[in-house]
Design a protein around this ligand. Structure first.
Ligand code: UAG
Ligand code: ATP
Length: 513
């Protein structure tokens, strides 16, 4: 890969991002690499100064072979390098990244998925269906991991839900080189807030839902900003799939219609759900059977354009939780728009498993254990309500904590969800960061109705899980929420190794049964 400095300047000028340029001696420079991290700089690198950047990083970049830098201001540390000064570094980075990696999006059919909850699950469902219909040529960029090919060594853990633009275009190019024709990716609201996907058009954009979350330092200043950022996926998608039951539907649908004809917008909802009367639902989900192990549902086409997609049929998913019918539906429609047929969806869906989402362990003498990634009010309430509905005789026992340094409103949310749907709560640590986990637990406890829920405190997560499992009887359900498959606890700025909730629960069950 290579990009000339002149081409870079023209590109930034065309997009009205260029403030000034100072060229070094070689005015025909060609960059062999682009990066925003001085530790990655090699010969002939174009270096981007972004975020909490320190000028000393530019000194290291220059010493390691950077020949030019892009920044929102000039730096003395960059003397001797070409300096490209722009009005918005994140936008510049995305545009230059796409150009440097030679526009890999032109070689991929891209499905983008957003929503407060269900992105990862829906992305796994969509990729699973497309793997069947594309003969294993579908890449996946999710919160958990990135698959840039179908070989085991083309799969690695993710650091962000939506990568920084330079990493995104790099990984897209790698996927194309590895023979991928389709890409399914989660698009977080931060991706738009920070212009990580600036200039990228999606073939299909999926909007699942929006509930209060992600407002705070480092994220969104207000809920309105969060909603606005999430809606940008639909503004930048050629075809849209929308859950008509989402809160703020009118706004969301309006964003889709701003750039897409209604003929290319697909709406879905559960049968009997309250949806706006001024729109026509294309697909209706009719539950046929649900259990603690999954569900069966009919997807009914209610409009001609829905019928034309050829995906109306009966489906089975083996991830429990009624909301997973909606997640699966979004995936069936999106995959249908990417060319998959009903048979591919029917074959693939029952076998799709998402790490750390609704994993369950059946025990002989204790309750059934569910390990799930729920970590805000909406997901916790949806999870507990579903499990409560499925248990006649037993109690719902939840092990839960809330992260430190962020998402303060989640603490009240957890207290509320536990009061509404749980019988017993073990409050514990979950990524306390720089805060005291007991203080976080107390904040959750303040919002628990003690007439309804018995509360225990144990800040040692492993020991809290043990207590919850040991105290459960065979009819009970033990929910271990919040961390899914995370193999660490974030404590005082360090990712402290943690065996993961799944491993901890399995080990305890082996020991006590
Ligand atoms: C607020 C935010 O989004 N911050 C992201 C951003 O931080 P930043 O630009 O300030 O980078 P930084 O790590 O402080 O460092 C500053 C710059 O100096 C560079 N550097 C640093 C050290 C050095 O020796 N040399 C050097 O050049 C870094 O590479 C970087 O370019 O860029 C970093 C990558 O360079 C990200 O890791 C970081 O994500 C932080 C960790 C984060 O937590 N982000 C969350 C809020 C996020 O984006 N979440 C969403 C999901 C949320 C949702 O579900 O909706 C996501 O998409 O993941
Ligand atoms: N459609 C949905 N509505 C409400 N809750 C959901 C939905 N789908 C999944 N959940 C719950 O949210 C949890 C996280 O699901 P998933 O990882 O698919 O969402 P996500 O949007 O990727 O989440 P995050 O932004 O936190 O990474 C699940 O473990 C489940 O408890």
């Amino acid at each position: 890969m290579s990009l000339g400095i002149r081409e870079t300047i023209v590109l930034l000028k065309e997009h009205h991002l260029l403030k000034s340029v100072t060229l070094a001696k070689d005015t025909d420079q060609a960059f062999k690499a682009v990066t925003y991290d001085s530790r990655q700089v090699t010969a002939d690198t174009l270096f981007f100064c972004k975020g909490n950047f320190k000028p000393v990083y530019l000194t290291s970049a220059r010493n390691q072979g950077a020949t030019a830098y892009v920044a929102e201001q000039s730096y003395a540390e960059g003397d001797g390098l070409s300096a490209i000064i722009v009005t918005d570094i994140q936008k510049a980075m995305s545009l230059v990244g796409a150009a440097f990696y030679d526009y890999p999006q032109n070689d991929l059919f891209i499905v983008g998925i957003t929503g407060t909850k269900g992105k990862t699950t829906s992305a796994y469902f969509t990729r699973g269906i497309l793997q069947t219909s594309t003969d294993e040529k579908t890449a996946l960029f999710s919160t958990i991991d990135r698959f840039v090919g179908s070989q085991p060594d083309q799969h690695f853990k993710s650091n962000l839900t939506t990568p920084e633009s330079l990493d995104l275009f790099h990984d897209m190019r790698t996927a194309v080189t590895n023979g991928m024709t389709h890409l399914v990716m989660e698009v977080s609201s931060q991706a738009y807030k920070r212009n990580r996907v600036f200039g990228l058009k999606f073939d299909v954009g999926v909007f699942l839902n929006i509930t209060p979350d992600h407002v705070g330092r480092n994220e969104h200043p207000t809920f309105a900003d969060y909603l606005h950022c999430k809606e940008q996926l639909l503004v930048n998608a050629k075809r849209c799939v929308i859950n008509a039951e989402t809160a703020h539907f009118a706004d969301v649908y309006g964003a889709a219609k701003a750039t897409t004809q209604p003929e290319s917008i697909y709406l879905f909802s559960k049968k009997g759900a309250q949806v706006p009367s001024d729109v026509t639902i294309d697909f209706e989900i009719e539950n046929q059977a649900e259990s603690l192990h999954g569900s069966e549902f009919a997807l009914n086409a209610r409009t001609e354009k829905a019928q034309a997609l050829g995906v109306a049929a009966n489906y089975t998913v083996h991830i429990p939780g009624d909301y997973n019918e909606g997640n699966a539906t979004s995936a069936i429609i999106a995959a249908g728009l990417a060319g998959a047929n009903q048979a591919a969806a029917q074959t693939a869906l029952p076998d799709i498993h998402v790490p750390g989402r609704m994993e369950y362990i059946k025990t002989k003498h204790h309750g059934t254990i569910y390990i799930d990634y729920a970590h805000n009010y909406a997901s916790m309430r949806a999870l507990l309500a579903f499990l409560k509905k499925q248990t006649d005789a037993g109690e719902v026992i939840a092990v839960v904590g809330s992260a430190g340094d962020k998402g303060i409103s989640r603490r009240e949310g957890f207290g509320k969800a536990l009061s509404e749907e749980a019988d017993v709560a073990y409050l514990t640590a979950d990524d306390p960061g720089f805060e005291d986990p007991k203080a976080i637990a107390d904040a959750i406890d303040q919002h628990i109705d003690h007439e309804k829920v018995t509360v225990h405190f144990n800040m040692d997560r492993i020991s809290a899980i043990r207590e919850a499992i040991e105290s459960s009887s065979n009819d009970d359900i033990v929910v271990i929420a919040g961390k899914g498959e995370d193999p660490y606890q974030k404590v005082k700025g360090v990712d402290t190794p943690y065996p993961s909730d799944v491993t901890v629960a399995k080990t305890i069950v082996e020991e006590i049964e």
